[in-house]
Ligand binder design. Structure first.
Ligand code: C2E
Ligand code: CA
Ligand code: CA
Length: 406
């Protein structure tokens, strides 16, 4: 394909995701004329994630929004959480009145959005977006974030054997009194060479190699030991663990948990399990069975990233959950956008009616905290309140929090 002469060839890599073979071919050819890095292509979200996991992150993600299987928004969220792309260009066919909302949503998912090309793709428009990306990069003087290097199965296995995975804890606070209400357990890898790594550096790999069960067992054991100690000292701290859809269908999940609770002299109510809204949507019968069993054991079940999975109200009413974790994108969006503010307010009201507890995620500013409180939010989590902490740091933080409360 010919490209306008004045356009430079940029040293970028790209991934083209489009379920339509001809449109994908057009996009790949256009991109080939404009960038010198590798160009990956896929026809659906799961395949694209697989490619990014295998080949590494790309500079530009060019994708459609409406696709069968994993839709574009769910895909962009997964890519953003795993650090697999540095920017996004949409090439969607959605109605102009919806385009603005979709662009706003993508922006709130946390990846820089270069624009929407629409369809059919126009190479001049694509070239202009790449030019802007290059200019922005120079203007800010920033180098691109480092590409994520995923570990091999042998490396993960060695780390599991050597006990390098650590539970870190991010406190959840009562937004009125400032009292800690519990903590979320987040996986970290204390890597001997690379320092402490967050889940975006290893979770995809761990899942892919089928080692998530083993990782979870290690984190659970660390968490239960800590919670058992705190309860024995008369200052119980409920913990919330993240569960992947795959783990939910494991028939042995609840028996292992019951044994752990007993061994550490804990109650079911000391634990909550966070499951994303999207994984609940496609949960098979065994998963639902396990969720009910967890509730019968006294554990909490929380819908993580609430608001991003488009679950129907009916489906939500059927889920055996007692908590919603309102996704950080709403907290980020509510200051500037009336609609997000309305969504936060109506989620709080709706949860109240259904007797569901709401935890607001990702509170980063005093302005967000104040607005959330004024809308009736009572529980939250976020860097403003406390970052995820290693065990020793958490113990020091709890000491200080109780001293401040006295
Ligand atoms: P999540 O469950 O939504 O966890 C919240 C993420 O948001 C955490 O990232 C936390 O560090 C981050 N966070 C908390 N407050 C703020 C804030 O104010 N601003 C911003 N920008 N971020 C904030 P983290 O630890 O990198 O974890 C990312 C995701 O990895 C988690 O998202 C969860 O889905 C997954 N994950 C972490 N640990 C585990 C685990 O043990 N098992 C499973 N299955 N998934 C895990
Ligand atoms: Ca979570
Ligand atoms: Ca979340």
């Amino acid at each position: 394909m010919l490209r306008p002469k004045e356009d430079a060839v940029y040293p970028f890599s790209a991934l083209i995701l489009d379920d339509h073979a001809f449109q994908r071919l057009v996009a790949v050819q256009a991109m080939q004329g404009l960038v010198s890095g590798p160009i990956l292509q896929a026809s659906e979200g799961a395949e694209a994630l697989e490619q990014l996991t295998t080949h590494g992150a790309v500079d530009i993600l060019l994708c459609d929004i409406q696709m069968p299987g994993m839709d574009g928004l769910a895909f962009i969220r997964a890519v953003s959480e795993r650090g697999l792309a540095r920017s996004v260009i949409l090439c969607s066919e959605i109605a102009p009145e919806l385009r603005h909302s979709v662009m706003q949503m993508v922006d709130l998912l946390g990846l820089p959005l270069l624009g929407d090309l629409g369809k059919p793709l126009r190479i001049v428009k694509l070239a202009a977006m790449l030019r802007r990306f290059e200019a922005k990069r120079h203007e800010s003087g920033k180098t691109l974030p480092a590409l994520i290097e995923l570990p091999s199965q042998v490396e993960v296995q060695r780390a599991l054997v050597d006990g390098e995975f650590e539970a870190h804890y991010q406190p959840k606070l009562d937004l009125i009194s400032g009292r800690p209400l519990g903590a979320e357990v987040l996986a970290r890898w204390r890597h001997p060479r690379r320092g402490v790594l967050g889940p975006q550096h290893f979770l995809t790999a761990v899942l892919r190699y089928g080692q998530l069960g083993e990782l979870f067992e290690q984190l659970l054991e660390q968490g239960l030991a800590l919670a058992g100690r705190l309860r024995a000292e008369g200052r119980p701290l409920p913990l919330a663990f993240n569960l992947d859809a795959e783990q939910l269908s494991d028939r042995k999940l609840c028996t292992g948990l019951a044994e752990g609770l007993k061994r550490h002299r804990l109650l079911g109510s000391d634990l909550t399990f966070e499951i994303t809204e999207s994984s609940m949507l496609h949960a098979p019968a065994t998963s639902l069975e396990n969720l009910v069993r967890l509730r019968l054991m006294g554990c909490g079940v929380s819908v993580d990233d609430f608001g991003t999975g488009f679950s129907s109200l009916k489906r939500l009413c059927e889920m055996p959950c007692n908590e919603l974790k309102l996704d950080a994108s709403f907290i980020r969006g509510m200051i500037k956008h009336e609609r997000y503010r309305a969504a936060v307010a109506s989620t709080l009201a709706f949860a109240h009616t259904l007797n569901l507890h709401v935890v607001a995620e990702g509170i980063e500013t005093v302005e967000q905290l104040t607005l959330l409180r004024s809308l009736g939010g009572t529980c939250g989590q976020g860097f403003l309140l406390a970052k995820p902490l290693a065990e020793e740091q958490l113990l020091a933080w709890l000491k200080q929090a109780s001293a401040t409360a006295c």
